[in-house]
Design a protein around this ligand. Structure first.
Ligand SMILES: *[C@@H]1O[C@H](CO)[C@@H](O)[C@H](O)[C@H]1NC(C)=O
Length: 162
């Protein structure tokens, strides 16, 4: 009986451990695998880190460390195999020229993602030059982040943590 109980406790412990955020696998865009450098263009590194994290069958976290990075318009598409977190500690700058975006109302788009968390206390900087007021997210009930950043067909609406 005592053994059974301790096995149960062990199972509970493992279950808690495996669902804890602290155990999410980290995909750091500045790691050697992805090669982003502060001050440079993070578009490719972030796209690659996202697709690797999204394909992982267990919880993952894409990390943009502190620093300033350029980010061209980006679409992060699901569905992912497990909960995914994007932790932005740095600042992501949109192109200063809105004509570089194919959709003037969308800079970063999270699509078809369940259980997304955005965290890190960083900044998505739309650079002012972009037409913030043109965002049409209000027409889409699943799209209620802030201007230029959409979460379409994602559920639930992404959580924000700082
Ligand atoms: C950043 O990288 C993306 C993808 O490689 C490219 O399309 C874009 O033009 C680059 N932007 C700048 C400002 O270099």
């Amino acid at each position: 009986m005592a053994l059974k109980l301790s096995l149960l406790a062990m199972h509970l412990f493992l279950l808690l451990a495996s669902t804890s955020k602290a155990h999410a696998s980290v995909f750091d865009v500045t790691s050697a695998t992805y090669g982003a450098k502060p001050g440079s263009n993070v578009s490719k590194a972030l796209a690659k880190a996202w697709s690797d994290a999204c394909a992982l069958p267990s919880a993952s976290k894409v990390v943009v460390p502190s620093g300033t990075y350029k980010l061209k318009e980006a679409t992060f598409r699901g569905s992912c195999k497990a909960p995914i977190e994007m932790q932005v500690q740095g600042t992501l700058h949109a192109p200063a020229d809105a004509s570089q975006l194919t959709r003037p109302d969308t800079w970063v788009d999270f699509q078809y993602i369940d259980m997304l968390t955005l965290s890190g206390g960083g900044t998505f900087d739309g650079q002012g030059a972009l037409a913030w007021s043109q965002n049409d997210c209000h027409k889409n009930k699943n799209c209620n982040l802030f201007p230029l950043i959409c979460a379409s067909n994602s559920s639930p609406i992404p959580k924000f943590r700082t």
